[in-house]
Ligand binder design. Structure first.
Ligand code: SAM
Ligand code: SF4
Length: 319
């Protein structure tokens, strides 16, 4: 299905919990988030209802995200049910990888195609600091388990943070020499909790190209991916640059996001939301609700024009 601006919307990102087993400082408050009563969150049945309706309207790519999707009880069952919906070409998950060693095999068997794993640093103490308590060895074990299970191609997401991990740009890029993974640098976004944190820690992804001039562009932009891809000569893996701040990709935006409490966000950088549970109570079908959300999708975001502060934290939206 196409929106007002001729963009084909075929990608749904579903945040299946806003709870998490880490507390990345740019994403969540240290005390975590309060657990909502069950009925205020989408149930698995309601999520599947939305996905089914979305597929009927042309959605063929689903990403499960969060919070941390692997802390949600019944995750493997949910993957299995979504994987059985005919018409989905790509079923993926974004995870911090901490529990992946435990779940990778079962997720693959249930029908998950691949995973994006977030890892902002290779250094154990720095990882502990940015996540407030995580153990980076769990993520390495998760990456290995995902590879073994065939959840490929693996993409590693690195939020670039000035003064924290810009000194590891070379290390991350060199990691792709021997590892067949995509390492994708993401610009730090001023959302929810993070504006204070992000203020002097944002750096543009241009820094990656400045530090590693040997990187050669492969394709400017893959269809349906916001990343621009590069490769070191002879490297097995690729480097992706995701530049929501320095070069927004609104023109090619093909996605809608659904929060855990059932709000459709037509645009990540806007406070506009469509309340699925309220509209269901008014008698609208999932299909009608999705069409309304797509109808209301804005042409572009105004993040660089100091739009009023974005209210939700990333753990509620899913990235
Ligand atoms: N817990 C999972 C994880 O960390 O991969 C999935 C949810 S997390 C919100 C999804 C992605 O959003 C992660 O790659 C995370 O690093 C990124 N993220 C969170 N807050 C961000 C921010 N303020 N700017 C840029 N990326 C952010
Ligand atoms: Fe949790 Fe992911 Fe947010 Fe980190 S980025 S606090 S792992 S939801």
């Amino acid at each position: 299905m196409k929106d007002h601006y001729g963009r084909k919307i075929n990608y749904m990102r579903l945040s299946i919990t806003d709870l998490c087993n880490l507390r990345c400082v740019y994403c969540m408050p240290e005390e975590g988030v309060e657990k909502r009563p069950h009925k205020k969150n989408l149930s698995f049945e309601e999520m599947i209802g939305l996905v089914n309706a979305g597929v009927g309207l042309g959605i063929d790519k689903i990403r499960l995200t969060g919070g941390e999707p692997l802390v949600r009880n019944g995750i493997v069952e949910l993957v299995k049910e979504i994987a059985q919906i005919k018409g989905i070409k790509d079923l993926t998950m974004t995870t911090n990888g901490i529990l992946l060693a435990k779940y990778a095999k079962d997720l693959k068997a249930a029908g998950l195609n691949r995973v994006n794993i977030s890892l902002d640093t290779f250094a154990p103490e720095k990882y502990h600091k940015i996540t407030r308590w995580g153990n980076v060895d769990d993520v390495f074990a998760g990456i290995e388990a995902a590879e073994e299970a065939g959840l490929k191609p693996i993409k590693i997401n690195v939020v670039l943070i000035n003064g924290f991990n810009d000194d590891e740009i070379e290390t991350f890029v060199n990691y792709t020499r021997e590892n067949k993974v995509d390492v994708r640098f993401i610009e730090l976004m001023p959302l929810g909790q993070s504006p204070g944190f992000a203020e002097n820690k944002y750096i543009s992804n241009d820094e990656v190209l400045k530090r590693m001039p040997e990187l050669k562009p492969i394709v400017q932009r893959e269809k349906s991916s916001p990343a621009e891809y590069y490769r070191l000569p002879g490297a097995k893996g690729r480097i992706g640059l995701i530049n929501p701040i320095s070069k927004h990709f609104c023109k090619e935006c093909n996605r809608i996001r659904v929060t855990t409490d059932g709000k459709i966000k037509p645009c990540l950088h806007s406070n506009q939301e469509i309340d699925v549970l309220a509209l269901r109570k008014e008698g609208m079908t999932y299909e009608e609700i999705l069409l309304k959300a797509i109808e209301e999708k804005p042409e572009k975001h105004h993040i660089n024009e100091n739009e009023k502060q974005l209210l939700r934290n990333m753990n509620e939206i899913g990235g």
